[in-house]
Write a protein that binds this ligand. Structure first.
Ligand code: 13P
Length: 248
């Protein structure tokens, strides 16, 4: 099956006008005919800047969240129409930091994914267990529950969604899941997708959690790992470029 891998950077709450310009310049100047799809998910205030800097490049623009609501009295929220205004192609939805610090439930995550899809933005839906859940042997149960919430969205096929497995204990900790640990969970997710749609093989299943220039190739070589969602290492152009070349 021929599916391009996707390498997406999640800048989280990092950056400035000057730093973003330097980072994107570094990435674009080092990109040589990339074999994979590439995106950067930037803080909302910098969408206009990054849209302009990426205009003629193969790097697509992503947001880190999107409101479940269409418009109105939701102070601080960013709507999908606003993201569309800036050429956004992807929106991360249900990142563990949103689930943990902003109380996002599976239902909210599903509503956000639904809102994004209905407006032509591809949600990157994050799932993943905490360390306590892993140690209690609940990894499979947790990721299956989180994926189940988005598997049957009204009028949309799950094949339009990108799924990212991000074990919470591996995020920003330097503790990457081993390729075998990641593949094991990806296989569980793939099987769940296969039970829901004949298009399961087309769905990009990303791994995220301390993916870096040194470990990307091994992770990306796993049969069910179709790309990466990269935090820290996406803020360094050389490291991000190395990960992109590992995704051939
Ligand atoms: P790190 O790559 O910094 O561990 O972050 C992963 C992540 O949360 C990407 O969304």
């Amino acid at each position: 099956m021929n599916k391009k891998k996707l390498i997406a950077g999640n800048w989280k709450m990092n950056g400035s006008l000057a730093a973003n310009q330097a980072l994107l310049k570094g990435i674009l100047s080092g990109l040589k005919d990339p074999a994979c799809a590439i995106a950067v998910c930037v803080p909302a205030p910098y969408l206009a800047q990054c849209q302009a800097l990426l205009a003629t490049s193969p790097v697509e623009l992503g947001a880190q969240d999107v409101s479940q609501h269409e418009l109105g009295a939701y102070t601080g929220e960013v709507s999908v129409a606003m993201l569309k205004d800036f050429g956004v192609r992807y929106a991360i939805v249900g990142h563990s930091e949103r689930r943990q610090y902003h109380g996002e439930t599976d239902a909210v995550v599903a509503a956000k994914a639904q809102r994004a899809l209905a407006n032509g933005i591809t949600p990157i839906v994050c799932v993943g267990e905490t360390l306590a859940e892993r140690e209690a042997g609940k990894t499979e149960e947790v990721v299956k529950r989180q994926l189940a919430a988005v598997i049957h969205l009204n009028g949309h096929c799950i094949s339009e969604v990108v799924v990212a497995y991000e074990p919470v204990w591996a995020i920003g900790t330097g503790k990457t899941a081993t390729p075998e640990q990641a593949q094991e969970v990806h296989a569980v997710l793939r099987a769940q997708l296969k039970a829901a749609t004949a298009q399961a093989d087309r769905i990009q299943l990303l791994y995220g959690g301390s993916m870096n220039a040194a470990n990307a190739a091994q992770l990306l070589a796993q049969p069910d790992i179709d790309g990466g969602l990269i935090g820290g290492a996406s803020l360094k152009s050389a490291d991000f470029l190395t990960i992109i070349s590992a995704a051939a």
